[in-house]
Ligand binder design. Structure first.
Ligand code: PSV
Ligand code: MN
Length: 390
């Protein structure tokens, strides 16, 4: 009996190499601006967040690294690095934070006042120091900067200051390190945002140098945006540095990736494969999510499995048949090839794939039956928020 009736050997070897980075903050309590619900067993410090992330990796084999957020995860980083290694994972991307300080009300890297810009640049220097301790490659920058009212801000001057500030930060990076600039079309600013779209991020990073890249957070676009087109374009331009995967119904909902629109995730990963971005170290697959009402560890397991499932389906697309239909000018045939792959249920094949590697066939069930959740609920009292309001 063939073990993997649907997945070709190349597809299996691509799945073998897949890795998805987990955000430390997904394991902390989070919520909306109306309420943050506390969950029993929530980590009390970065060490416990890493332990929970490691549990996701143990059960799925998919999540060997964990992204940190500074200052939310401030601690003894060499001890944290050792703890991660003991748990079988590594520390990954370092995320800066210039959105929770009174000084940044009217901007950080773009601020009119040089003293505020200095403070924000110095924060990034401190993040780079952390990267040297953690062995991290990427500094990810998301800026909560913009304005609420027409006329409030000199938008052009802010772009110029943004460039100058980013250049200082970029120049401070080590030779193996990268700067990854994330865009978001609105929130917390509601009229203009200084890095609202991929074009602005691309323009800013290309002005810095080769090791500056764009981060595409799937929740950071206006409804209806063709995100896979942006993926294609950034890969074509060699500047897609990373994904922040999540899903959304309305705004930046940070829900489980693939939950709101699995077909969109399939289309995105298809373009990643088409553009040579799958298992390419230049393109980091990360999650950026919050689990407000569901169990956080199970939420992260579900997320990485969703990415793996849509990767497997996208790998099933018969590229030759698709290309032939495209060249022949046959939209329906091309679309049928595409949809055939999307509608193929790969879950049994992936369960077999896991079992063959000594992983649980059903990681969700394995986590529920493991007793891990009961143990952390007994051990941990007074868990922390993900960061907001902490
Ligand atoms: C902003 O909404 C964002 O998505 C950025 O990616 C940050 O890294 C993350 O939230 C947490 O600050
Ligand atoms: Mn993000």
């Amino acid at each position: 009996m063939s073990t993997h009736p649907t997945l070709a050997p190349e597809a299996l070897s691509a799945l073998e190499k897949q890795s998805i980075e987990l955000p430390s903050w997904a394991f902390g309590n989070s919520g909306t601006r109306f309420k943050v619900f506390a969950t029993p067993g929530t980590p009390r410090d970065p060490f416990e967040k890493i332990s929970d992330a490691a549990q996701v990796h143990r059960l799925t084999g998919l999540a060997p690294t964990v992204a940190l957020h500074i200052p939310w995860d401030l601690c003894d980083f060499s001890a944290l690095r050792r703890h991660a290694e003991d748990e079988g994972v590594r520390l990954g991307t370092i995320n800066s934070n210039t959105f929770q300080d009174d000084d940044y009300k009217f901007g950080a890297l773009t601020h009119e006042d040089a003293a505020v810009r200095r403070k924000a640049i110095d924060h990034h220097f401190a993040c780079i120091d952390v990267m040297h301790e953690t062995g991290s490659r990427d500094l990810k920058i998301w800026l909560a900067e913009g304005s609420n009212y027409p006329g409030q801000a000199d938008m052009r001057g802010r772009q110029d200051r943004l460039h100058e500030s980013l250049q200082e930060i970029y120049d401070r990076l080590g030779d193996e390190q990268r700067l990854v600039l994330e865009y978001k079309f609105f929130e917390p600013a509601f009229y203009h945002t200084d890095v609202p779209d991929w074009g602005t991020s691309y323009t800013q990073v290309t002005a810095l140098g080769e090791r500056a890249m764009v981060c595409l957070d799937t929740g950071h676009h206006a409804p209806g945006t063709n995100i896979e087109f942006i993926v294609m374009q950034l890969l074509r331009l060699g500047r897609l540095g990373s994904f922040d995967f999540n899903s959304r119904f309305y705004a930046d909902d940070d829900l489980i990736v693939g939950a709101a629109d699995p077909f969109q995730l399939f289309r995105i990963i298809f373009e990643v494969i088409r553009g040579g971005g799958l298992n390419n170290p230049d393109v980091a697959f990360m999650l950026d999510q919050c689990h407000n009402v569901e169990n956080k560890i199970l939420g992260q397991i579900r997320s990485v499995l969703n990415v793996q499932e849509m990767t497997a389906r996208a790998l099933l697309v018969d590229q030759e048949a698709l290309r032939a239909a495209q060249v022949a000018g046959d939209p329906l045939a091309a679309n049928a090839v595409f949809m055939d792959a999307f509608y193929t249920d790969v879950r049994p094949s992936l369960a077999e794939w896991r079992a063959a590697r000594g992983l649980p066939a059903d990681p969700m069930k394995a986590q529920i039956e493991s007793g891990y959740q009961q143990r952390i609920e007994n051990e941990r009292v007074g868990g922390q928020q993900a960061g907001w309001g902490a």
